[in-house]
Design a binder for this molecule. Structure first.
Ligand SMILES: [Zn+2]
Length: 93
């Protein structure tokens, strides 16, 4: 198993001011990413697999963010790439 990408982010709901979190990881041999979300808006937890679309492709006009949606309410988290984070977390493994 090779970890290709992992990130953990704290989410905050603008309307309720509650905090939640999201964890995303993807193994090199899988074509999906596993997403664990704890929604700050409705407080529900979900663990799901989603088709992996390269979120952070290098290049000048690349997409620097991707979106994770809560399936229970209309909360959408915008995940922006943090430089070096993926590599750092990989070493901890
Ligand atoms: Zn929600």
């Amino acid at each position: 198993m090779t970890l290709e990408y992992i990130t953990m982010r704290i989410l905050e709901s603008k309307s309720t001011k509650n905090k939640g979190k999201v964890k995303i990881f993807k193994l090199k041999e899988d074509n999906f990413a596993t997403i664990e979300i704890e929604c700050p808006n409705c407080n529900k937890k979900e663990n799901r697999k989603e088709k992996w679309v390269e979120p952070f492709v290098s290049g000048e006009k690349m997409k620097r963010a991707f979106f994770v949606k809560c399936n229970f309410c209309d909360f959408i988290a915008k995940i922006i790439k943090l430089k070096k984070q993926a590599k750092k977390e990989m070493k901890k493994k």
